[in-house]
Design a protein around this ligand. Structure first.
Ligand code: MF3
Ligand code: CO
Length: 263
């Protein structure tokens, strides 16, 4: 960055390249998101409804003086997205009771002082089948491999190439291609799209000052999905299970990749 007085500059692809001072601002919202997921981890169990888990998220985020970004976003009704088993993503919290053996993704975005961070994990409830365990393991590894592939100077498409290569090597798993990672910072969704498969074209060079998410959704059946009547919740058409992990990452001026929502 040439001009350190501005919070960001737009590069030739319209991607925000943030100045070095922005990292500390993002660290605050990232810590809140991480701690929200830790709070969920300590409390989630069979017998709770997904609405009750959402309340844990909302209460915790608010107790930090932050705001759950999702609530009210394009009319979204809750603080978190909670996606159980066959729910691919954007599960609207409801009276659905979490059962022993379920896999439950909790996706949280928090904003403080105008800066947003986004992370999700898939929790395994009680005794989970080997088939579901493997799905959760592959989806976590897929995210990690995507993050590990991030390197200054490489094209952003390399993330998707790395994820796709790994997932396809693991047997009959599929990537849900419709849902991408995204730039993040002063808004929840910014350029660029982060593809979780080979997009077959260049997306732009990775440079210091970028904040974005990596969040592949993996299924153990077919990737076709449909939206429920609530206008948000998406489920696999064949009823197979989906799992997802997500982190917000930062490409640092120190040359390193920082996983802001990890710890
Ligand atoms: N956390 C989701 C993402 O990764 C966004 C949720 S959509 C919302 O982009 F409507 F719930 F906000
Ligand atoms: Co996201």
């Amino acid at each position: 960055m040439d001009n350190m007085n501005k919070l960001f500059e737009l590069n030739s692809k319209g991607i925000k390249v943030y100045n070095p001072d922005c990292l500390d601002k993002m660290k605050k919202s990232s810590a809140i998101v991480l701690n929200t997921l830790k709070e969920v981890e300590s409390k989630i169990k069979a017998g709770l409804t997904t609405k009750e888990v959402d309340k844990i998220c909302e209460d915790y985020i608010k107790s930090c003086g932050a705001r759950p970004t999702c609530k009210g976003y394009q009319g979204y009704p809750a603080a978190s997205c909670i996606s159980v088993n066959e729910v691919v993503c954007h599960g609207v919290p409801s009276d659905r009771i979490i059962k022993d053996g379920d896999i439950v993704n909790v996706d949280v975005v928090a904003e403080i002082d105008g800066w947003h961070s986004d992370s999700s994990r898939t929790f395994m409830i009680g005794s989970v089948s080997d088939k579901r365990k493997k799905l959760v393991e592959v989806s976590k590894k897929a995210m990690e491999i995507g993050i590990q592939s991030v390197e200054i100077g490489k094209d952003l498409k390399e993330i998707g190439i790395a994820i796709e290569k790994y997932v396809l090597s693991q047997g009959s798993f599929k990537i849900v291609k419709e849902f991408c990672g995204h730039g993040i910072g002063m808004s929840m969704h910014e350029k660029p799209f982060i593809y979780h498969f080979d997009p077959k074209h260049k997306l732009g060079k990775i440079v210091p000052g970028m904040f974005f998410t990596v969040e592949p959704i993996i299924v153990n059946g077919e990737e076709d999905f449909k939206e429920l009547k609530d206008g948000w919740t998406t489920v696999t058409k064949d009823g197979s299970d989906a799992a997802q992990f997500e982190h917000t990452i930062y490409v640092g001026y120190d040359g390193k990749v920082h996983i802001l929502t990890d710890g």
